[in-house]
Design a protein around this ligand. Structure first.
Ligand code: APR
Length: 230
């Protein structure tokens, strides 16, 4: 089976009710990015950051995957499909995608703030129990924090993601401006003959690379168009 690799960003989840990052005056879901998505923001005011992710998590539990997510899952009938996402939502998983790598963490999980990657202290939250109480601690006694890669922190999943992109027979980029590194550098790992598609209703910096075919549509309509072309 051919291997098709998707690299998705905030635009993938727009049709499920989420907002993108850029183009909103530096706000993410109406909060300043530096307050809620940076390492400094977390250290300065963990309570505010915790509350923000509590709110976002509640929103996620009522959100549904859109047709774009579902069509990516459908391709598993004919391809080996790998999804690398910058999104912290779980809409690819909700659509049924079997292989999903989260570069920037997962909203449904919390972890130790001493060592976010200590698997003993990573907790999966459920819809009935998705609020982290102020001051709640992980098993190691440190403050529980969202399992999110904040700006200014390393991205441990980047290496496995690069290996996957390097094996792609087809690479499809959906809804990401590809301006945030190291994720933005992943495209360079594609083999020279691997066709690259970009699904995005707007021109993006990635679009400037002459190598890719731009399907200038939103995620759902773009996926329908892609499936006709494959
Ligand atoms: N379908 C597909 N793409 C869309 C849609 C849609 N319906 N609506 C908007 N887009 C596109 C925009 O045109 C834009 O190119 O989605 C892209 C979103 O880009 P960004 O807002 O920059 O989001 P993203 O690239 O995912 O951001 C990367 O930045 O803040 C950090 O960690 C955060 O993971 C995030 C990273």
């Amino acid at each position: 089976m051919k291997k098709i690799v998707f690299l998705t960003g905030a635009g993938m989840s727009v049709e499920s009710g989420f907002k993108t990052f850029r183009g909103n005056d530096g706000l993410w879901e109406d909060y300043p990015v530096e307050q809620v998505a940076t390492h400094e923001g977390w250290v300065t005011n963990p309570l505010l950051v915790n509350n923000f992710y509590n709110i976002l998590r509640k929103k996620l539990f009522t959100a549904k995957p859109n047709e774009g997510h579902c069509l990516i899952k459908e391709l598993e009938n004919d391809y080996e499909v790998m999804v690398i996402t910058q999104n912290v939502d779980d809409l690819h998983e909700k659509a049924g995608s079997a292989n999903v790598i989260h570069l920037h963490g997962e909203l449904t999980k919390v972890c130790s703030s001493k060592d976010p990657y200590d698997s003993r202290y990573i907790e999966q939250l459920t819809e009935d129990n998705c609020d982290v109480a102020p001051g709640a601690c992980a098993g190691d006694g440190s403050l529980l924090r969202p399992f999110i890669v904040f700006f200014g922190e390393s991205v441990p999943m980047i290496e496995p993601a690069a290996e996957i992109v390097a094996q792609a027979d087809i690479l499809v980029i959906i809804g990401t401006s590809l301006v945030v590194y190291p994720a933005a550098g992943l495209v360079q790992y594609a083999r020279p003959r691997t066709p690259i598609y970009l699904i995005d209703p707007d021109d993006t910096p990635a679009h400037a690379s002459g190598r890719l075919t731009h399907i200038k549509k939103g995620a759902s309509e773009g996926m329908k168009e892609l499936m006709k072309r494959l």
